[in-house]
Design a protein around this ligand. Structure first.
Ligand code: NDP
Length: 249
């Protein structure tokens, strides 16, 4: 039974991934959120999937090291065969329209904290459990916004967010190289432009320079799950879209 743990599963793409993964009766899913009881989507899934072995819901605020430690301890008890796939999905996007002059340093620090530093902390705590598993995959939901090569093609919005995604790309590229020796595959996935709270932030400005309208959460999640399932062991870190196409670094 492949096991998955997803951060930021209260809404948006994280919730969509949980919904999608549960459609396969083989999968065991640990959905984590900072406040699960206030997530309507997770409560509906709990009713739909009452089997507490197939869907496990844990509290995990990725900014709280004590939550990360507790979630890892709980996951370890629940998954004697290890955690097959760790999906770092939780992220924030602060003031998407801020110009260089308008960037608020405190907000920028918080974005760095959640989008990069928390990913590092989760990685460190959960890696032993991933190492024990059969599939051994670590995923970070990244973004084309984090591509240095594509940077000139994107509008001057979400500047600090783009910096955090470029940072998480570098972090994953480095850990991926080290952990490949233990058979761990690291994949960074761009989910597409997706109609979530985050995806629609700054929509009126963004839509002028985007070739296509945003896709649904379901379409994005179907693609992400396919990419995860179809990627065999890779000794290089992959940066792929939800359609499985390579994204330039
Ligand atoms: P949303 O803003 O819709 O959802 C963000 C999720 O992250 C929520 O579940 C939120 O939980 C959670 N989260 C935020 N802070 C924390 C925290 N401290 N601890 C735990 N969970 C937290 O975003 P999306 O679903 O659109 O984004 C998901 C991923 O996809 C992100 O990594 C994003 O950068 C990436 N992405 C999205 C794109 C898009 O077009 N939507 C495009 C490219 C990348 P809560 O409900 O508690 O706030």
């Amino acid at each position: 039974m492949p096991s998955y743990l997803i951060t930021g599963a209260s809404r948006g793409i994280g919730l969509g991934l949980v919904q999608q993964l549960l459609k396969n009766p083989e999968n065991q899913v640990i959905a984590t959120a900072r406040n699960p009881s206030s997530s309507k989507g997770l409560q509906e899934l709990r009713e739909q999937y009452p089997d507490s072995k197939r869907l496990i819901i844990l509290t995990l605020d990725v900014s709280k090291p004590e939550d990360i430690k507790k979630a890892a301890e709980d996951a370890e008890k629940l998954l004697p065969g290890g955690l097959d796939v760790l999906i770092n999905n939780a992220a924030i996007l602060s003031n998407v329209l801020a110009t260089v002059d308008e960037i608020d340093a405190t907000e920028f620090m918080e974005e760095l904290r959640i989008n990069i530093v928390a990913v590092l902390e989760i990685l460190r705590v959960f890696k032993p459990l991933v190492s024990k598993s059969t599939h051994k995959k670590i995923i970070a939901i990244s973004s084309v916004a984090g591509s240095l090569e594509l940077a000139p093609q994107y509008p001057a919005v979400g500047l600090t967010y783009a910096v955090t995604k470029a940072g998480v790309n570098m972090l994953a590229r480095r850990w991926g190289k080290v952990y490949q020796n233990e058979g761990i595959t690291t994949i960074l996935i761009h989910p597409g432009w997706v109609a979530t709270d985050m995806g629609l932030d700054g929509y009126e400005v963004l839509k002028k320079s985007m070739p296509k309208p945003p896709i649904s959460v379901e379409e994005s999640a179907i693609g992400i799950v396919k990419v995860i399932e179809e990627t065999k062991f890779s000794d290089t870190v992959l940066f792929l879209s939800n359609e499985g196409t390579p994204i330039p670094w």
